[in-house]
Design a protein around this ligand. Structure first.
Ligand SMILES: Cc1cc2nc3c(=O)[nH]c(=O)nc-3n(C[C@H](O)[C@H](O)[C@H](O)COP(=O)(O)OP(=O)(O)OC[C@H]3O[C@@H](n4cnc5c(N)ncnc54)[C@H](O)[C@@H]3O)c2cc1C
Length: 413
């Protein structure tokens, strides 16, 4: 039997970052991670500028840079309805969104997890790998029973944190319902290496035919690429040579530089996910709280899971550091902020998915019309500012069905 201030289940981005911050604040923390080695599970490797600001606020930014964190400074949206030159004249500088943030930050996910886990251990957390959690027991005196090698251990704490990702065991033990949107499209990701010809300062997205792409360079010729395709194409990138067929789909007339990706080498697994939002009404329970994906996630089309998770870490750690009241009532500011944040990001993601990840003539016409109207009226690109600068950048009236209809121009794909 061992007693801690905090037991954190899940040593991914959220769990390890929170363990580091709370240990540094003088708390006794037990961090339990299931895996022995962090593997590429095709998870977030791009942190939005507002997420970069969150990494600074929790004091972890310098470690990310020291581990090879790579800033991207320019963005281009390509599209089948215009020439590459027309797209390139609209190159967006990415340092405009927040002071002192040169742009989004890219870092390989397994490396990112490992450096945070090591940081938590260096700070003095009891950080353990290869753990099997047997039971999570919420309540006034919460506990976790787990297997560590041959030993079965019962640990108690003032608070249990569920940072154990999408299929959270802690969420299930706390009987918290996960709500999920109707899936919108398939979304697959792959790490590409030997793509030295891709400009390392440039991220790009684009839609052509029945495929939408996103490319985020990480430096050293590596680029994390994602591709979206229709829900009725479940088998499209399955079976032998799937990675090669996936990269071949990046060959697009509207974005000639994609040939650098087509000619690159797969450097990890290709996994496909059904894109949708998921959320919880209240991520707290007696004796605990959920953070990161365990508390609900945003559609990865706008790549904000890491930014969301770092903000969770900041909000929860600020509350826990501020006083010895760790009750559910004390966590209400986190619960309320997160609910509104996720509602806003769900709105921004639904606009982005509709514009970039729907295919066929009507969808192309909608994008053409949107590009034309947004060139004359930048407020029609506000969803992009929300992605980059954060959900609080736009006024409340932006997060309404009327505002969405205005951006989409009333064109139904
Ligand atoms: C295709 C795709 C692309 C994405 N792209 C981006 C992007 O570009 N930018 C971005 O910001 N976000 C992106 N995301 C989202 C981002 O990866 C997640 O939001 C983020 O990883 C959440 O961090 P987390 O710590 O909450 O969970 P996770 O990263 O899932 O970590 C959970 C950890 O808990 C451990 N664990 C699980 N169960 C247990 C258990 N029972 N006991 C002990 N340990 C356990 C796991 O091994 C893991 O280490 C993407 C997601 C997907 C699916």
């Amino acid at each position: 039997m061992a007693d801690y201030d905090l037991i954190i289940v899940g040593g991914g981005i959220g769990g390890s970052a929170l363990a580091e911050v709370m240990t540094r604040a003088g708390r006794k923390v037990l961090l339990l991670e299931r895996s022995e080695v962090y593997e590429d599970r095709v998870r977030g490797e791009w942190i939005a500028p507002w997420g970069v600001a969150e990494t600074r606020r929790v004091g972890l930014y310098d470690r990310l840079i020291a581990a090879g964190g790579h800033h991207i400074t320019r963005h281009i949206t390509y599209d089948e309805t215009r020439t590459p030159e027309a797209s390139e004249t609209r190159t967006l500088p990415l340092g405009i969104f927040l002071p002192d943030v040169p742009g989004p930050l890219c870092l390989g996910h397994p490396k990112h997890c490992q450096l945070l886990f090591d940081a938590a251990r260096d700070a003095g957390a009891d950080a353990r790998r290869g753990i099997e959690v047997i039971s999570v027991n919420p309540g006034a005196a919460p506990s976790v029973v787990f297997r560590d090698g041959e030993a079965e251990v019962t640990a108690t704490a003032r608070l249990i944190v569920g940072a154990d990702g999408r299929t959270s065991q802690v969420r299930e033990a706390a009987r918290i319902t996960l709500h999920q949107d109707t899936p919108h499209h398939w979304f697959a990701g792959l790490l590409v290496e030997a793509a030295e010809g891709w400009d390392p300062t440039l991220q790009a997205i684009g839609t052509e035919g029945d495929f939408g792409f996103l490319a985020f360079p990480q430096g050293d010729g590596r680029v994390r690429v994602y591709g979206g395709y229709a829900l009725d194409q479940a088998q499209r990138f399955r079976g032998p040579d799937a990675a090669r067929r996936f990269l071949d789909a990046f060959a697009m007339g509207c974005s000639p530089a994609n040939r650098q990706l087509v000619e690159g080498r797969p450097a990890g697994p290709l996994y496909s996910y059904i894109n949708a939002d998921a959320w919880t009404d209240d991520p707290t329970f007696e004796g605990g709280v959920l953070i990161g994906d365990a508390a609900g996630w945003n559609d990865p089309i706008i790549g904000l899971g890491l930014s969301i998770t770092y903000r969770d870490v900041r909000l929860v750690s600020d509350i826990l550091k501020a006083s010895d009241d760790w009750s559910r009532a004390a966590l209400v500011p986190y619960v309320e902020e997160r609910a509104e944040r996720m509602r806003r990001l769900r709105h921004a993601a639904s606009i982005t998915s509709a514009l970039d990840m729907e295919f066929g003539e009507a969808a192309a016409e909608r994008r053409r019309s949107h590009h034309e109207r947004a060139a004359a009226d930048p407020s029609l690109g506000l969803h992009g500012f929300v992605v980059m600068a954060g959900p609080e950048i736009a006024p409340p009236e932006f997060f309404t069905p009327e505002a969405k209809a205005r951006i989409l121009g009333g064109v139904h794909a």
